[in-house]
Design a protein around this ligand. Structure first.
Ligand code: ATP
Ligand code: MG
Length: 722
């Protein structure tokens, strides 16, 4: 059998890892050193040399996108499709197992997955039902508590009550929340993992079945596994010495979500016969980029310590751009992308990475007005948009009318005149009788205990659902979706909304019908689930990674977290400012600060050829004006690797009337040097310099109250005063 092609493109250390005899292995290496590549080649190698069925392979990666890529690359290496191979994310695989074994896992067959947004809403409702003040018990904190417990494998019943009021209250909320989930057949993300762990732990036969099936288990990005994920891997591989993990302690960025870097140490003691392989050559980035990353991460303490070098050329220095404000930053980035494309680059080779999802909007607007296709990964992804979630809620109700989260979401959308009081009454009936809201509504309308008007409005909702259920019967999935958007009144509702927003929402709803039409339902992989249920599960699990494939070649926008494992020729890391990156909360906490620095290391090492870092001298964020300073991370990069750019060479350098006397050009601008101006935020000041032209024209103003500022005329709304 010819297997040379599987190993010929590998260096010695990579080849050692790929061809080692069956045993547990830890590939510990820095970014871009070929860890993922080794993992893929290892799988192909095992299948070929041991003549294995792809069924015997389990591979876990971090995103759906990475999983799809991995599968594709294995198929290319093997030159045939690999049906039956389980490649996916922890959540995706857990979901699959639970579908198969819902009964054993103690779940209803039609259980539904809820995303973190749904979970938060449920918690808010719960707080209300228990008459707890949100200010005192912030819903996000409750959510964090519940998920953290689940990630550690703890059910409410396992947690001892302490004398502490806070802990007691959290525990009560956890317990109540669990009950609602059970009652409505809902499973949140953390629950997926916990359930699967319990399923295998408590079901010896099943565990043995899967242990025998999965001869080789592989995990990418192992540094970011949490306790329950590791426990699950442990169950599947205990005593078998067949766990192959690759990771990089310097890229551990999910500590805030329960990831345990200690799992690397646990692995080392739990699998005593494992082989450790270190890879030291980076194949991804130019020397400048790699040196910057190495210098930055050297500021962290307690690293496992790795060497990373490249024989690539120096490449271009890293460019640093100090924008006047966030608008200018977006403008700058988009101009550079245009240039990249003009010079023959692909849009998809360019990525804009940011610390927080809220930063994406301005870049989206700029790209949109420049007619440049782009795709946002994660964040406000398609399936999270309000109108889509409404339509999905209706679909959920069709699949299972007892879904309380869905019921509450749309009972009064579009407006049917069902007020908070009526909903409150339904909740209390549901709580008292331990029934779903749907059942409560059905009960209330015949009870005679409410007004005729309430009966009428409730019935109007019940009828809508019943009608759609009836009409959707036997239809194809996309026709069902069509039924929902048209016959529940959603489309009409948004059509009546004024302006572009309404239009966009109508378009999005139509896009949902398209998404359903394109949905790939493979009965083989559906674990007995019907198409609608699978579509809904897909919508909940999907992190927007396959949204709107209209253009293949589009600029990539994502958070630094979701960029993990990926690579791009041209990378912009934007908003590199104290208080944004590092994030405000990490600044006071050394542990968190190190995690932020690792995130920055992840960001820098995504770049293959060209890297831009930018920050804004003034930024409006979360509805406030801020005046950030450049991030400490920028200062940690050696200055010889950085070149600072002020508004580029295409724009005339600053002029001052006194020196240049170019008054003719200045006449074109609304402001003369020396002109007194007033600004809504900064108050009054005097124009000292004017620079740039057209949309890029900016002025330097010395404000009485806040001193010197550069402002973009197009945005600053300066007013001349006499
Ligand atoms: P990360 O830590 O970011 O996940 P990684 O260690 O998984 O990175 P890969 O993504 O596997 O690294 O590889 C980085 C790049 O280097 C890829 O483009 C890969 O194809 C290339 N590469 C890796 N090894 C080799 C090699 N031996 N020869 C040529 N190219 C290589
Ligand atoms: Mg990788």
């Amino acid at each position: 059998m010819d297997v040379t092609h599987i190993i010929e493109s590998l260096n010695d250390a990579q080849r050692q890892a790929v061809t080692a005899p069956s045993q547990s292995m830890l590939v510990l290496a820095g970014a871009g050193s070929g860890k993922t590549r080794v993992l893929v080649h290892r799988i192909a190698w095992m299948i070929k040399t041991q003549d294995l069925s792809p069924q015997s392979i389990l591979a876990v990666t971090f995103t759906n996108k990475a999983a799809a890529e991995m599968r594709g690359r294995i198929e290319t290496l093997l030159d045939h499709p690999v049906q039956g191979m389980w490649v996916g994310t922890f959540h995706g695989l857990a979901h699959r197992l639970l579908r198969r074994h819902a009964h054993e896992a103690g779940l209803p067959e039609a259980f539904q997955v809820i995303d973190s947004d749904d979970q938060l809403r449920m918690i808010k409702r719960l707080l209300k039902a228990l008459a707890l003040d949100e200010a005192r018990w912030p819903p996000r904190q409750v959510q964090g508590y519940i998920n953290a417990q689940k990630e550690e494998g703890r059910r409410a019943q396992h947690i001892a009550e302490s004398g502490d009021l806070y802990q007691r209250q959290m525990l009560t909320l956890y317990r109540e929340y669990e009950q609602i989930c059970v009652r409505s057949g809902l499973v949140d993300f953390a629950e997926l993992l916990l359930r699967v762990h319990e399923l295998l732990r408590d079901n010896e036969q099943l565990l043995q079945f899967y242990k025998q099936r999965f001869l080789h288990v592989h995990v990418d990005e192992f540094q970011d596994t949490n306790t329950i994920q590791y426990a699950w891997l442990r169950l599947l591989t205990e005593g078998k010495n067949n766990l192959f993990v690759v990771g990089d302690d310097d890229q551990s960025i999910y500590g805030w979500r329960g990831a345990k870097i200690e799992n690397i140490f646990s692995f080392q003691s739990d699998y005593p016969n494992h082989l450790v392989v270190r890879l030291e050559q980076n194949y991804r980035s130019t020397a400048n980029i790699l040196n910057a990353a190495n210098a930055l991460i050297a500021n962290n303490q307690g690293r496992m310590g790795k060497e990373l070098w490249t024989d690539d050329s120096d490449g271009e220095p890293i460019s640093l751009y100090a924008a006047f404000n966030e608008q200018d930053e977006a403008y700058f980035v988009v101009e550079r992308i245009k240039k990249w494309v003009e010079l023959g680059g692909l849009r998809s080779e360019a990525a804009i990475l940011y610390r927080s999802n809220v930063q994406s909007r301005l870049f989206e607007e700029r790209l949109m007005s420049g007619g440049i296709p782009y795709r946002v990964y994660g964040g406000l992804r398609f399936f999270e948009r309000a109108e889509i979630k409404n339509a999905l809620a209706y679909l959920h109700l069709i699949a299972n009318a007892n879904n309380d989260a869905a019921f509450e979401r749309v009972i009064n959308i579009p407006n049917r005149g069902i007020g908070p009081k009526t909903i409150e009454d339904l909740r209390s009936v549901a709580r008292d009788e331990r029934i779903s809201l749907w059942q409560a509504a059905s009960k209330v309308v015949t009870s005679g205990a409410v007004t005729a008007r309430t009966v009428r409005v409730l019935n109007s909702f019940i009828d809508v659902i019943n009608n759609v259920v009836e009409q959707a019967e036997g239809l194809a999935l996309y026709e069902k979706v069509q039924q929902v958007v048209e016959h529940t009144g959603l489309i009409d509702f948004h059509k009546k909304e004024k302006g572009e927003k309404g239009e966009a929402r109508v378009e999005n709803l139509q896009e949902l019908v398209n998404a359903a039409r394109q949905f790939d339902y493979e009965e083989d992989n559906a674990e007995g689930l019907n198409e609608l249920d699978l579509f809904l599960a897909h919508a909940a699990l999907e992190s927007g990674e396959t949204q709107g494939d209209q253009y293949d070649d589009c600029v990539q926008l994502m958070t630094l977290h979701s960029a993990k494992g990926l690579e791009f020729k041209l990378v912009f890391i934007v908003g590199v400012e104290e208080g944004l990156f590092p994030s405000p909360r990490s600044i006071e906490d050394p542990g968190r600060l190190e995690e932020e620095r690792r995130l920055c290391y992840v960001g820098i090492t995504r770049a293959m050829q060209i890297l831009y870092l930018s920050y804004a001298e003034s930024r409006r964020i979360y509805g406030r004006d801020t005046y950030p300073t450049c991030s400490r991370f920028i200062k940690e990069i050696p200055s010889e690797q950085i070149q600072e750019i002020r508004m580029g060479a295409t724009i005339s350098r600053p002029v001052s009337v006194a020196k240049s006397g170019r008054s003719s050009r200045l006449q074109k601008t609304a402001f003369q040097l020396g002109q007194r101006v007033s600004h809504a935020k900064f108050g009054e000041g005097v124009v000292l310099q004017v620079e740039g032209e057209g949309a890029q024209e900016r002025v330097q103003v010395n404000f009485t109250a806040v001193g010197m500022k550069w402002l973009m005329l197009a945005y600053a709304k300066l007013e001349a005063i006499a």
